[in-house]
Design a protein around this ligand. Structure first.
Ligand code: ADP
Ligand code: ADP
Length: 223
């Protein structure tokens, strides 16, 4: 029971069933990609696990403890979206250090510096968010989401807003960073290459149902 255990998770919007009774496990330290076409229910499933959707059917557990009814901020999960949603009026350090309030100032500063090094933005502390490129902004958003060392990182198409070349480079970097930090992660994408590069296992979602959960080498690849 180490890690994430999802059982019978269901999400409905009025008459539409977006997620239909999904069972999914993510072991501690594992990176699982949630792959599927647009509209297959990936975001709804991720948001329900995060606690962002209205109470769904089914249960979400972490290390055996039921977190289904906990609010978002009490689950200890980190979130990263396509648009990193940085605070534009704060510095890079102000963004990365955001989840570290309450810790001593020097500890916070060294943690911020460590994370910026990890994402390849050493020395960017005082830079303004508005001065960053799209790729740099997503690196800062990744650093911010990793700062409190979340027990599970939930990523929803984190690279989709970037152009192709940048996306390929960042996919490799993201993979290395998740491994280096031992981060347990669930990674939503519609991109096969991204899923196969990043993940230990790939979970394929079609019409709100999981149809396959396998290691990348075992997954049937769409033509
Ligand atoms: P994906 O992330 O795979 O693109 P989504 O989870 O966004 O899929 O959507 C799954 C289904 O739920 C789609 O049919 C979508 O139209 C529907 N849906 C998603 N969000 C809402 C919403 N807020 N209200 C109504 N229907 C929604
Ligand atoms: P902002 O100007 O964006 O509001 P602050 O200077 O108030 O940022 O600092 C916000 C957070 O960033 C704090 O946690 C602080 O410890 C950290 N921080 C600020 N400046 C630096 C720096 N030069 N290096 C590392 N961390 C910093």
């Amino acid at each position: 029971t180490d890690g994430l255990t999802v059982r019978g998770l269901t999400v409905r919007y009025g008459g539409t069933t977006a997620v239909a009774g999904v069972d999914l496990d993510v072991q501690a330290g594992e990176v699982v990609a949630l792959l599927g076409p647009s509209g297959s229910g990936k975001s709804s499933l991720l948001r329900a696990i995060a606690g962002l959707e209205p109470p769904p059917g089914g249960t979400v557990r972490w290390n055996g403890t039921d977190v289904t009814d906990l609010p978002v901020h009490r689950r200890g999960f980190g979130l990263l979206f396509q648009d990193g949603q940085l605070f534009p009026h704060r510095s890079v350090a102000g963004n990365v250090g955001y989840g570290l309030t309450g810790r001593p100032r020097d500890e916070r500063a060294s943690r911020v510096a460590e994370l910026l090094g990890l994402v390849g933005l050493e020395g960017y502390e005082r830079r303004a968010i508005t001065s960053l490129s799209g790729g740099q902004a997503q690196r800062v958003a990744l650093a911010r989401s990793l700062a409190p060392a979340p027990r599970l990182l939930l990523l929803d198409e984190p690279l989709s807003a970037l152009d192709r070349g940048l996306r390929e480079r960042l996919t490799g970097d993201l993979c290395r960073i998740l491994r280096a930090t031992g981060t347990t992660a669930l990674y939503v994408t519609h991109d096969h290459d991204e899923a196969f590069t990043v993940a230990d296992r790939v979970a394929v979602l079609i019409d709100g149902r999981l149809v396959q959960v396998e290691r990348p080498a075992q997954i049937w690849r769409a033509p």
